[in-house]
Ligand binder design. Structure first.
Ligand SMILES: Nc1ncnc2c1ncn2[C@@H]1O[C@H](COP(=O)(O)OP(=O)(O)OP(=O)(O)O)[C@@H](O)[C@H]1O
Ligand SMILES: [Mg+2]
Length: 406
């Protein structure tokens, strides 16, 4: 029987049209609900119907509008791969009497303190953490945990408003900057390398899994405009350094009672080899990582995810074939428009076969704000079966390719 899926925000952000087309590709009927006008929804050709709401985040009103608009039409699934809509999707499921991630489970994925409390109860290693609503609560946490510390919004994204503080002076400075955030997480700072653990899971078991390595950590890339950030999907998942993170990831999924869909976890590995949880989302990763996984596995996770949520099966390739690195380029200079790209041609002449994708902001286009757009002024994917070769080429793309402005 043809499945009918209600997709929240099918056209935004970035990868959502790919997932929506994935649903259509596996034969589902897709109903869209979002705040974009239909002509702005890139995948509108695959939607059988679309409801535009004024304010998606007025959850009560959105649920009521959806109910009226459905007018008795039955849907099989409600899906949302955009972080701020994860709880709204769960509330819609409840209102429509559907299975899938429950409201309670969705809240644990959204609220970083609830999340870590559940994992602590399951005996998993999280950074020492607490919720703080006032400056005094932050100071008190600093007394208890010592320095360095991390302060971040309880439901943050994109490392925005996230601060590492080394001492009480820096704490006071961070508190000034955090004045507009009503509630923060205060955490022990974990020094180490940072990785992801991404899955497409079915009935609580990963049918597909991936580990990516952030070079450098998201916090460091956000604070240093000159860095070309990288994320590298690793081919050899049986390396001993990754075993603890993969095992942690699987235990986190069961503790949070995740069932079917995409998940994106972040974790740390310290110099001593300790594995520590970072955070997890009940959704696909951002930062184009789904595309990078597709290049690493020669697969189509947009279709694979759609198949998993509509049929409970995963029939796309799931064995890693390459290491695949994405490199985000940020334009240099003080100009407002892109004027030239330097250094790419020689690399292509030498290693053209290892380039899987090159998408650069065109010459003449306004430069982008890398704080707002993770791709910055362009993203490049390179892949190779050998990890050292991949890292070497990725580092050359980082340092030798320069996007100039005028
Ligand atoms: N306890 C910690 N120890 C060390 N670094 C941390 C800690 N918490 C956060 N960070 C750094 O800050 C970054 C952002 O934090 P986190 O992932 O919790 O928030 P986010 O804004 O939701 O992230 P995302 O960029 O994935 O949306 C992390 O990727 C990591 O580099
Ligand atoms: Mg994060």
């Amino acid at each position: 029987m043809r499945r009918r899926v209600l997709m929240l925000s099918p056209g935004f952000p970035g990868d959502m049209p790919h997932f929506t087309r994935g649903l259509a590709a596996v034969g589902a009927e897709v109903l869209g609900v979002g705040d974009q006008p239909l002509p702005a929804v890139a995948c509108r050709e695959v939607l059988s119907d679309y409801l535009q709401v004024g304010n998606l985040w007025d959850e009560e009103a959105t649920i009521e509008s959806v109910r009226r608009w459905l007018a008795g039409r039955e849907v099989d699934r409600v899906e949302c791969l955009w972080e701020p809509g994860v709880v709204l999707a769960a509330r819609l499921r409840r209102a429509l009497g559907l299975g899938g991630l429950s409201v309670e489970a969705a809240r644990a994925f959204r609220d970083k303190e609830t999340m870590k409390a559940v994992l602590d109860r399951a005996g998993l290693r999280t950074p020492c953490h607490t919720r703080a609503r006032t400056r005094d609560e932050c100071r008190e946490a600093a007394e208890r945990f010592g320095y360095p510390l991390i302060l971040k919004p309880i439901d943050g994204a994109g490392s925005a408003d996230t601060y590492r503080v080394e001492d009480s002076g820096e704490l006071e400075a961070a508190l000034e900057k955090l004045g507009h955030i009503p509630e923060v997480s205060v955490e022990e700072f974990i020094q180490g390398e940072e990785f992801t653990y991404d899955t497409v899971s079915i009935a609580g078991r990963p049918a597909f899994q991936n580990v990516a390595w952030y070079r450098p950590s998201p916090l460091v890339m956000r604070q240093n405009p000159w860095i070309s950030p990288q994320a590298v999907c690793l081919r050899d998942l049986v390396r001993p350094e990754l075993a603890g993170g993969i095992q942690l990831g699987r235990r986190v999924l069961s503790a949070l009672e995740f069932e079917t869909g995409f998940t994106h976890m972040e974790w740390f590995r310290t110099e001593e080899g300790e594995v520590v949880f970072g955070e997890i989302g009940a959704r696909a990763p951002g930062g184009r990582l789904t595309h990078v996984m597709n290049y690493a596995y020669d697969t189509d996770l947009f279709v694979g995810w759609a198949e998993a949520v509509t049929t409970g099966r995963f029939n796309q390739p799931s064995a890693p074939r390459y290491n695949a690195a994405v490199i985000f380029k940020r334009a240099v200079g003080d100009g407002e428009r892109i004027s030239a790209v330097e250094g790419l041609e020689p690399l292509l002449a030498e290693h053209g076969e290892s380039f899987a994708l090159i998408e650069l902001n065109p010459i003449g286009a306004p430069r982008r704000d890398w704080r707002q757009v993770i791709e910055g002024d362009g993203w490049i994917v390179v892949r190779h079966p050998d990890l050292d070769a991949t890292l070497h080429l990725a580092d050359r793309v980082s340092s030798e390719v320069r996007i100039h402005t005028r």
